[in-house]
Design a protein around this ligand. Structure first.
Ligand code: PLP
Length: 375
């Protein structure tokens, strides 16, 4: 099997599976319990929280566990709007966000907020000044992703948030860093981000667990009503085994990012050379995209048809413009990719463990697809 769909999810690492299982078998206590078993569960969570905080260069008290990045972003956006948006009704985001952010803003709009959605320019790049110009004294929140999940484009979050804070330091900033965390540098202080969403299953961790970084002093209107877990930020018994797995996933990736990036850059270069040589292939990602997400089109052949052709050969990728079950998200169009290319877009997403041999096999299969399907 060749798995080139790591932006959708990653295979949990062996040590992650072990951490989850041993927690379920040996440490099943409720962290809110006052006895020994509860204390042990609490210690496991504290350990995982510290690992995530260390990776962000922040304090453990700023990391809150959630059920995944979708919940993190909902809490960040709706929570901040609930606190800071009582009088300030303008919020700003981009047109290329993941559905978890996009829909949270659509709900705010339905509730009476003025939502400003900034698009990339014709070259597919965002102009930070567009955000800064849009921010006024009536603005309470700006949310912008760091790495786009469909193209791998890196958005100028640091420049935007720095400019926004300079103009009006009261505006709260949120970044969906799901496709960036543990892959490129994600540090709240450098990004000037007040909140950052993360997910474990994109970094060889378990599904169903994520985290939200919240800068000290930022107050969010609680969304999960219930108990006082997570320092009162999110009600509900914590998923301790998944949190243990999340901590392990972060821990095993800590300290060797440069090495992994070098491998990925080499693989991307190799992939792009092969793509250039193949007739009918167009690369949709730009040169400045991250090395681990590449969007291409096999011109004139619908994504789903190619995807299933490859699947029969045990090669797994995503259709390039899908946020869920093949539905077109419109994000590629926002990046200036034509409707015809969008219909045939394929997303290939690597881990550092993928190889050139796998890339060779992928292109051999893609050539077979081209011959068979273009008839
Ligand atoms: N944000 C981005 C950019 C993503 O790629 C994803 C997952 O595909 C999410 C958010 C949602 O993360 P989760 O599956 O943890 O809810």
């Amino acid at each position: 099997m060749i798995y080139f769909d790591n932006a959708a999810t990653t295979k949990p690492a062996d040590s992650v599976v072990k951490a989850v299982c041993s927690c379920m078998e040996e440490n099943f206590g409720n962290p809110s319990s006052l006895h020994m078993l509860g204390l042990r569960a609490q210690q496991i969570m504290d350990g995982a929280r510290k690992k995530i905080a260390d990776a962000l260069c922040t304090a453990p008290e700023t990391v809150y566990f959630t059920s995944g990045a979708t919940e993190s972003s909902n809490l960040a956006i709706r929570g901040a709007a609930g606190t800071y948006g009582r009088r300030k009704k303008r919020v700003i985001t981009t047109t290329v966000e993941h559905s978890s952010v996009k829909e949270a803003f659509a709900r705010l709009e339905a509730e009476g907020f003025e939502v400003i959605r900034i698009s990339p320019g014709e070259n597919g790049e965002f102009n930070p000044q567009d955000f800064i110009d849009a921010a006024d004294e009536n603005t309470c929140l700006v949310s912008m992703m760091l790495v786009n999940n469909e193209t791998g484009a890196v958005l100028p979050v640091r420049k935007v948030f720095t400019g926004i804070k300079r103009k009006n330091s009261e505006i709260v900033t949120h970044c969906d860093a799901v496709q960036a965390f543990m892959k490129i540098n994600v540090k709240p202080d450098e990004l000037k981000a007040d909140m950052i969403s993360m997910s474990a299953h994109k970094i060889y961790g378990p599904k169903g667990v994520g985290a939200l970084y919240v800068r000290k002093g930022i107050r969010l209107l609680k969304q999960n009503l219930g108990g006082k877990q997570e320092n009162g930020m999110r009600g509900g018994t914590e998923a301790v085994p998944l949190i243990a797995g999340f901590g392990e996933a972060v821990s095993r990736l800590s300290g060797n990012m440069t090495e992994r990036t070098e491998k990925l850059e080499e693989l991307r270069k190799y992939f792009l050379e092969k793509a250039e040589k193949m007739d009918g292939v167009q690369v949709n990602s730009t040169a400045s995209a991250v090395p681990y997400i590449i969007n291409i089109s096999l011109k004139g052949i619908r994504s789903e048809i190619v995807l299933h052709f490859l699947e029969e050969r045990e090669i797994y990728i995503s259709s390039g413009s899908a946020c869920s079950k093949g539905a077109k998200s419109g994000v590629l169009g926002e990046f200036g990719i034509s409707p015809a290319l969008e219909d045939s877009a394929l997303r290939i997403s690597f881990t550092h463990e993928n190889t050139k041999e796998e890339t060779d096999e992928f292109f051999a299969a893609l050539e077979a697809a081209e011959k068979r399907l273009r008839r």
